[in-house]
Ligand binder design. Structure first.
Ligand SMILES: Cc1cc2nc3c(=O)[nH]c(=O)nc-3n(C[C@H](O)[C@H](O)[C@H](O)COP(=O)(O)OP(=O)(O)OC[C@H]3O[C@@H](n4cnc5c(N)ncnc54)[C@H](O)[C@@H]3O)c2cc1C
Ligand SMILES: *[C@@H]1O[C@H](CO)[C@@H](O)[C@H](O)[C@H]1NC(C)=O
Ligand SMILES: *[C@@H]1O[C@H](CO)[C@@H](O)[C@H](O)[C@H]1NC(C)=O
Ligand SMILES: *[C@@H]1O[C@H](CO)[C@@H](O)[C@H](O)[C@H]1NC(C)=O
Ligand SMILES: *[C@@H]1O[C@H](CO)[C@@H](O)[C@H](O)[C@H]1NC(C)=O
Ligand SMILES: *[C@@H]1O[C@H](CO)[C@@H](O)[C@H](O)[C@H]1NC(C)=O
Ligand SMILES: *[C@@H]1O[C@H](CO)[C@@H](O)[C@H](O)[C@H]1NC(C)=O
Ligand SMILES: *[C@@H]1O[C@H](CO)[C@@H](O)[C@H](O)[C@H]1NC(C)=O
Length: 487
C-alpha cells in the first residue's frame, strides 16, 4: 500500500518536473519569437560564459534560457510573460552576489540586465542616470571627464544593481551616506509589467523600500544618482606583515575614536590570517588631493612592507586595488560599536581562531577579514537624504566581513560551517560586552544570515505593506525566490 502510494507520488513529481521544464522552454521560445537575438539558449555558444558569470562558482547555474532585454519596454514584456506563464526567474546585474539562486537559476529564466548600460550626466541637476547592468568601472570612467563622481562601489568589477539595492558601502559614506541614500529616482518594472518611477514625489513608499529592499519589489532598469565634485584624491594600498596586526588594530581604534573624524578620510583593512605571504592590506583614501592628512596619523609609525599611496584620481586609486581571484567564495557579516577591549577580542578571533586551521586544511582554503569603519555621520547623512530601510543606529561602528575562499565543491559545507562558527563567536563577544549591533550588511552577508529581519520590526512591517501594494501576488517572493527575501 505504502509503496504504491509512494510510486504514485513519485510519478506526480516527475510529471510536474517535466511539465515545468517544458513550460520553461516554451516561454523561452515564445519570448524569443518576439525579442529575437536577445535570448540565449543552452545550445548557443555564448550560453556557457553567460551562465557562469561571475564571481563565485558556487552560484553558477543552468537556466533554461538567458534573456538580455535592451530597454524597459522589452523588460516589461519579459516580466509579464514569465509571470503569466508562472515560470521561475532570477535577475542579474554584475553577478557578484555569493548567494546561490540570488542572481542565477537552474531551469527557469535568467534576466540579465547587461544591456542597461548607459550613463547620462546632467550637470544642471547634478545627477547621473545610470543603467542597472553596469559595473562601477564604467560609471566612474564615464563621469571622470566631468570631474564628478557618485557614491558607489569601492571595487570596480562589481555591478551597480545588486550593490545599490543592498545599501551599498562607498568611500564617500562618511560624507554623504550609503549608495542607496544617494539615489533620487528608480525606474522600475513591477510585478505586473508596469514601468514606474519611484522618487520622493511619485511612489514614495516604493522609493523608500528600494533603499535596502534588494530584489523584493521589481526589476530596476536605471538609477538616478546624485553627483559630487570629487575627482583628485590621495591614497592607495599599504601592505604589512601579519605581525603588524596588533599595531594596526590599535591604530584603527585611534582613527575611529578621534574627537572629529575627517569625513574625507576613509580606510578599509583587509588581512589574510591564513596566508602570511599576503599579510595585511590597508586601503587608504583621502577624497582631496592632499598628501598624508592628519586623519591617518595613527598609522604613521607602522612600517609597511610596501607603500603605494600617492596623489591620483579616485578612479585610478580604486583601479589599482588588488582583487583576489578565487574559485569558490562565501562571506559573513557582523556589526558592532567601537570599544578597545572588543576590538582586541574580535581581532584575536579573526586572526587566531582554531577554525582557521580547519579552513587551511581544505584545498586552497583561505580566509580574509575586512574591517570597515562607519562613522555616525554616514548614518546621519542617510537620514538627511530621506532615510532608508536598514534600521541603522547613528553611532560610530564597524562592519566586519569574513571572506572565505576554497577550491572543491566537496568542501562547500565545511567552508560555510567553519566561517559561520567564527562569526558566531564574534557576535557572542560583542553581545557579552554590550557592543553588538543588530545590523547585518546585506552586501557582505551569507545566504543564511537573517538580513532583512534585522532591519527591525518597524521597517519589516512597512516593507511588507509596500510589497503587498506593488506586488499583491507575491511574484518577487515566489517566482523570483532567490536572494534576501522579506521574512
Ligand atoms: C570584489 C568585491 C568587492 C565588493 N565591494 C563592495 C563595496 O565596495 N561596497 C559594497 O556595498 N559591496 C561590495 N561588494 C558586495 C556587492 O555589493 C554584492 O556582492 C552585490 O550583490 C553585487 O552586486 P551585483 O550587481 O554585482 O550582483 P548580482 O549578483 O547581479 O545581484 C545581487 C542581487 O541583487 C539583485 N539585483 C541586481 N540588480 C537588480 C536590479 N536592477 N533589479 C532588481 N534586483 C537586482 C539580484 O537579483 C541579486 O539578488 C563587493 C563584492 C565583491 C565580490
Ligand atoms: C566577471 O566578469 C567581468 C566582465 O565579463 C570580467 O572582467 C571579470 O574578470 C569576471 N570576474 C570573474 C571573477 O570571473
Ligand atoms: C577637470 O579638471 C581639470 C583639472 O583640474 C581641468 O583642467 C578641466 O578643465 C576640468 N574639466 C571639466 C569638464 O570641468
Ligand atoms: C562618532 O565619532 C565622531 C568623531 O570621530 C564624534 O564626533 C561623534 O560624536 C561620534 N558619534 C557618536 C554618536 O558618538
Ligand atoms: C598565499 O597567497 C599567495 C599569493 O596570492 C599564493 O600564491 C599562495 O598560493 C597562497 N598560499 C596559500 C597556502 O593559500
Ligand atoms: C589537517 O589535515 C591533516 C591531514 O589530513 C590532519 O592530520 C590534521 O589533523 C588536520 N588539521 C586540522 C586542524 O583539522
Ligand atoms: C554544517 O553545520 C550543519 C548545522 O550545524 C550540520 O547539520 C552539518 O552536518 C554541518 N556540515 C558539515 C559538513 O560538517
Ligand atoms: C500594476 O501595478 C501597478 C503598481 O506597480 C498598479 O499601479 C497598477 O494598477 C497595476 N495594474 C494592473 C492592471 O493591475
Amino acid at each position: 500500500m505504502a509503496r504504491a502510494a509512494l510510486q504514485v507520488l513519485a510519478g506526480f513529481t516527475l510529471l510536474f518536473c517535466s511539465a515545468s521544464a517544458s513550460q520553461d522552454h516554451a516561454v523561452c521560445n515564445h519570448i524569443k519569437s518576439q525579442l529575437g537575438n536577445d535570448i540565449v539558449s543552452p545550445t548557443e555558444s555564448t550560453y556557457e560564459a553567460l551562465s557562469t558569470e561571475n564571481w563565485s562558482q558556487t552560484v553558477w547555474a543552468k537556466p533554461s534560457c538567458i534573456i538580455q532585454p535592451t530597454n524597459a519596454d522589452q523588460l516589461s514584456h519579459v516580466v509579464s510573460t514569465v509571470v503569466d506563464w508562472g515560470v521561475e526567474f532570477a535577475v542579474r546585474s554584475g553577478g557578484h552576489s555569493v548567494v546561490p539562486g540570488a542572481a542565477n537559476i537552474n531551469g527557469g529564466v535568467l534576466i540579465d540586465l547587461a544591456n542597461f548600460n548607459t550613463v547620462e550626466y546632467n550637470a544642471d541637476q547634478q545627477v547621473a542616470v545610470v543603467g542597472s547592468g553596469l559595473r562601477w568601472k564604467e560609471v566612474y570612467t564615464s563621469l571622470d571627464q566631468y570631474n564628478v563622481t557618485v557614491v558607489g562601489g569601492r571595487v570596480l568589477d562589481v555591478g551597480v544593481g545588486g550593490l545599490t539595492l543592498g545599501g551599498g558601502l562607498s568611500y564617500l559614506a562618511d560624507l554623504y551616506g550609503l549608495v542607496c541614500d544617494n539615489v533620487v529616482n528608480y525606474e522600475v518594472v513591477t510585478a505586473n509589467g508596469t514601468i514606474v518611477n519611484a522618487n520622493a514625489e511619485s511612489n514614495p513608499d516604493l522609493f523608500w523600500a528600494l533603499k535596502g529592499g534588494a530584489n523584493n519589489f521589481g526589476v530596476v532598469t536605471k538609477f538616478t544618482l546624485k553627483t559630487y565634485d570629487i575627482h583628485d584624491a590621495w591614497g592607495g594600498v599599504r601592505v604589512y606583515s601579519l605581525d603588524a596586526l596588533p599595531a594596526l588594530f590599535e591604530a584603527l581604534y585611534q582613527y575611529q575614536s578621534v574627537a572629529n573624524k575627517d569625513p574625507y578620510a576613509n580606510i578599509m583593512l583587509q588581512a589574510f590570517p591564513t596566508n602570511a605571504s599576503i599579510g595585511a592590506i590597508l586601503n587608504i583614501v583621502y577624497l582631496k588631493p592632499e598628501q598624508e592628512p592628519e586623519a591617518f596619523a595613527p598609522f604613521r609609525n607602522i612600517t609597511p612592507l610596501a607603500d603605494l599611496t600617492k596623489l591620483q584620481t579616485l578612479t585610478e586609486l580604486m583601479l589599482a586595488a588588488p582583487v583576489p581571484e578565487l574559485t569558490r567564495v562565501n562571506w559573513f557579516s557582523a556589526s558592532f560599536t567601537n570599544d578597545k577591549e572588543v576590538f582586541d577580542k574580535v581581532a584575536d578571533l579573526v586572526s587566531k581562531s582554531p577554525e582557521l586551521d580547519d579552513l587551511t586544511n581544505l584545498t586552497a582554503g583561505s580566509l580574509a577579514f575586512g574591517w570597515q569603519p562607519i562613522s555616525s555621520s554616514a548614518v546621519l547623512a542617510g537620514q538627511a537624504h530621506g532615510g532608508n530601510t536598514l534600521g541603522l543606529q547613528p553611532v560610530n561602528q564597524t562592519w566586519l566581513v569574513l571572506d572565505v575562499g576554497w577550491w572543491s565543491p566537496d568542501d562547500d559545507e565545511l567552508a560555510h560551517n567553519y566561517t559561520s562558527s567564527i562569526i558566531n563567536k564574534v557576535n557572542d563577544v560583542t553581545k557579552s560586552k554590550g557592543h553588538y549591533l543588530d545590523y547585518i550588511f546585506m552586501n557582505d552577508a551569507a545566504a543564511d544570515q537573517p538580513v532583512i529581519e534585522h532591519y527591525g520590526a518597524k521597517s519589516v512591517a512597512k516593507l511588507k505593506k509596500t510589497a503587498k501594494k506593488y506586488d499583491p501576488d507575491g511574484v518577487f517572493q515566489d517566482l523570483a525566490s532567490g536572494g534576501f527575501k522579506l521574512p
